[in-house]
Design a protein around this ligand. Structure first.
Ligand code: FAD
Length: 245
């Protein structure tokens, strides 16, 4: 008797990398009954991160930057869960899901890794505890709520020292940092109209970047161009060749 077990392709992560792989396989190998493709991701949606700052800045409704994975994948199986471990030698991934975080073991013949990255705090003491990250939808919502809470607190009559509450620092001048600082800047300046006792001079919006030119992803020429443009709309002490401390 022949071996009828389908070949299993497991994609871990449903961001740009994982979802692109899944969509490609959806059109090709997943049509083959001898091949089974599964994508596992923490959330059951794809998040369009380049517009995340617009959710944080209340420019966009959050539903405009998410797309349900199950809607996009017809042939590729979808598994919503948290990847806990991968055993490359036995070709197994352990994934937790459900209200009780119970464990499933997903076996594979071929593995596609698309789990993205985590924020690097460079081991700086206290940074992780005292900062907000900007990677997920919940990060964007948290940042938005935080900005509003700071404006409300600074505007209250009992707040004697307003400036620290109105100082916003973003560490890192890559895509995420630059888009986030611009979003924060637009949001807080726009909101000032509704806070008669807060003035523009009280705001301090700072981008801290360790290089001379922001957006290293774009190369020096484009980065310098973006830096010039941004400094026009971000009238702040924006550029510092420093490392966050
Ligand atoms: C605010 C912001 C703005 C950006 N703007 C731009 C831009 O304008 N242009 C540009 O080119 N790039 C931009 N980027 C960078 C871009 O988002 C990343 O380069 C891209 O998302 C990387 O794709 P990825 O698939 O490797 O990772 P991700 O998109 O991060 O996807 C990883 C996926 O894996 C999932 N995952 C991670 N760990 C686990 C786990 N243990 N279990 C289950 N699932 C897990 C995550 O939930 C996520 O869905 C921006 C990033 C941010 C945060």
């Amino acid at each position: 008797m022949g071996n009828t077990q389908p070949k299993r392709i497991l994609i871990l992560g449903g961001g740009f990398a994982g979802l692109s792989a899944a969509m490609e396989l959806e059109k090709s190998l997943a049509t083959d009954p001898g091949i089974e493709v599964t994508m596992a991701n923490r959330e059951n949606f794809f998040l369009f991160t380049p517009m995340l700052h617009e959710v944080a800045a209340s420019d966009l409704d959050l539903t405009t930057i998410v797309n349900p994975a199950r809607k996009m994948l017809r042939r590729v199986n979808f598994f919503a869960g948290e990847v806990k471990s991968i055993d490359l030698s036995s070709k197994k991934a352990v994934v937790a899901h459900g209200f009780d975080h119970h464990i499933h073991t997903l076996e594979y013949d071929y593995l596609v890794l698309g789990l993205g990255s985590t924020t690097n705090f460079y081991g700086l003491p206290g940074l992780q505890e005292r900062s907000l990250t900007m990677k997920s939808l919940s990060d964007a919502m948290r940042l938005r709520n935080h900005l509003i809470a700071h404006l409300e607190e600074a505007a209250s009559e009992c707040c004697l020292v307003k400036n620290p509450l109105l100082t916003f620092v973003v560490a890192g001048g890559g895509f995420a940092g630059v888009e986030t600082i611009a979003g924060i800047n637009d949001f807080v300046r726009g909101a000032l109209k509704t806070y008669p006792n807060l003035r523009e001079e009280m705001l301090r919006v700072v981008l801290v970047h360790p290089g001379a030119v922001i957006l290293p992803e774009l190369g020096e020429k484009l980065g310098a161009y973006a830096q010039r443009k941004l400094s026009r709309v971000l009238p702040t002490e924006a550029w510092s060749s420093a490392t966050a401390r």
